[in-house]
Design a protein around this ligand. Structure first.
Ligand code: TRP
Length: 459
């Protein structure tokens, strides 16, 4: 039996605090670093359309599913699956999914923190005016030099992990609520400001065409899988982060409204970041498909050319680092609360030891850009492999598990009991259940089979 009883379990102060924390978890490097670069690599518009479809039909129902699984069980993924599963529908076997989720969180944070460290480094570089002058190609070259230096990038990875550990160490609602409440709104404002700037720039029209005019011949099976995987990555789904956050939800919180708000803000940030970045790409004649370095090569070029550039650059990378931090926290929280709830481990000890282990494991990803750059099992670096297998396979499979579990492993009446008081009522409930039982699992299976070549949806 876990020691975190209902009365002692920490809770958010209300729905708004939950939405802020969940938006804090969802909005992060996935939106500003990853979404633009994978959109660039997969040809733009058609990829964006598939991504939006995945968010609406797969991501949102699973987001709701994770929220109710957490709120109903008042536990993390392992405890939740164990306690909610109907005995005749798999019963305790379901908790295996929970262990898988913990491992996924561990591995994801190990490379996430490396990119988070780059944003910290770029914030510092901006303070010192390093992007204030120089040609675009000089500025672009700074990224390769930084990420290729094992010592500096180990240091920034360490800074990112230390701060993440610090917040999880002092407990969720105190640390996370406060950080999310002020910094996320500031980040939105800055992005809107930059968007305004982009509209007045020559590459804006081309950027809009690139992102919103689908050209289906650019779409591959790998691109569709990437869009699906990213819909999980960006909403923080498939490894129990939202289950944990949902377990801190008070019973009177609104579920559908919260899920829609989270989906809206997350998508808004991704699309805005994409438009800003591709505007820079096209005004500067850069290549949209340059990969993971994209945000670090484009934004500083913009800041080098506009008034108050160093100041804006400092603000941008600092806020991005905070957005990454509120996401990293949710990843570490899943791993830490598992050891606290299942093994009665002291929270402080768990945060320090597991965070430390993730730091050390993350060194493999740090060094993927320098000493281990030529070590390429399956044709990619360790960093590349982790990102590919975790984002595109582990998260969708984890999400598939949640959907099947919530849809079929738990009694329908149990959900109706949990959700009937929500002001969206019975129709919304039916819609959610249908998406969770049928549409989301089927979409995931079809996309995975399509990639493995059992189906050929490509023209
Ligand atoms: N959603 C975050 C981002 O877009 C990353 C993240 C945080 C995450 N927690 C997660 C991804 C849990 C998957 C699962 O940057």
């Amino acid at each position: 039996m876990s020691q975190a009883s209902e009365e002692t379990r920490e809770h958010w102060s209300g729905s708004l605090a939950f939405v802020l924390a969940a938006v804090g978890s969802a909005v992060g490097l996935g939106n500003v670093w990853k979404f633009p670069y994978i959109t660039g690599m997969h040809g733009g518009g058609a990829f964006v359309l598939v991504y939006l479809g995945c968010i609406a039909l797969v991501g949102l129902p699973i987001l709701m599913a994770e929220m109710v699984v957490g709120r109903r069980s008042q536990a993390g993924p392992v405890g939740a699956f164990r306690s909610l599963a109907a005995p005749d529908r798999g019963g305790k076997l379901w908790s295996i999914w929970g262990y898988f989720a913990i491992l996924t969180g561990f591995l994801l944070l190990s490379f996430y923190s490396v990119v988070g460290g780059w944003t910290v480094a770029y914030a510092l570089k901006s303070v010192f005016g390093q992007f204030a002058s120089g040609t675009p190609s000089e500025i672009k070259a700074m990224f390769g030099a930084y990420s290729g230096d094992p010592v500096s990038s180990t240091m920034s990875h360490a800074i990112f992990m230390v701060v993440t550990i610090g917040v999880v160490y002092s407990g969720v609602s105190k640390g996370i609520e406060r950080a999310a409440r002020t910094l996320m709104p500031l980040f939105f404002l800055l992005l809107i400001f930059l968007l305004g700037y982009a509209t007045a720039t020559t590459g804006f029209g081309e950027a809009m065409n690139f992102m919103f005019q689908p050209n289906f011949s650019d779409l591959t099976a790998a691109g569709i899988l990437e869009a699906l995987g990213h819909s999980f990555f960006t909403l923080s789904l498939g490894m129990g982060a939202v289950i944990i956050y949902g377990s801190y939800l008070p019973k009177d919180s609104t579920l559908y409204g919260s899920a829609i708000a989270i989906g809206f803000f997350d998508t808004f940030v991704a699309l805005t970041a994409g438009v800003v970045i591709f505007t820079i790409v096209f005004s500067q004649g850069m290549a949209p498909g340059s990969g993971p370095s994209l945000v670090f090569e484009t934004m500083p070029v913009l800041f080098s050319q506009i008034p108050y550039g160093s100041l804006l650059s400092t603000a941008f990378f600092t806020l991005l680092a905070f957005a990454a931090l509120t996401s990293g926290i949710s990843l570490l929280e899943v791993v830490v609360s598992f050891f606290v709830e299942e093994f009665d481990m002291d929270r402080h000890l768990a945060a320090l030891s597991l965070g430390g282990a993730i730091f050390f494991f993350g060194l493999l990803s740090v060094l993927s850009n320098s000493l281990l750059a030529d070590f390429k099992p399956f044709g990619a670096t360790i960093f590349g492999n982790l990102d590919y297998f975790i984002s595109n396979w582990a998260l969708p499979l984890g999400g598939f598990g949640v959907a099947v579990f919530a849809g079929w492993g738990v009694d329908r009446d149990e959900w109706w009991d949990e959700m009937k008081d929500d002001w969206f009522g019975r129709t919304a409930f039916r819609g959610w259940l249908f998406l969770t039982r049928v549409v989301a699992p089927l979409a995931i299976i079809l996309i995975l089979m399509n990639l493995m070549g059992f189906l050929s949806l490509e023209a």
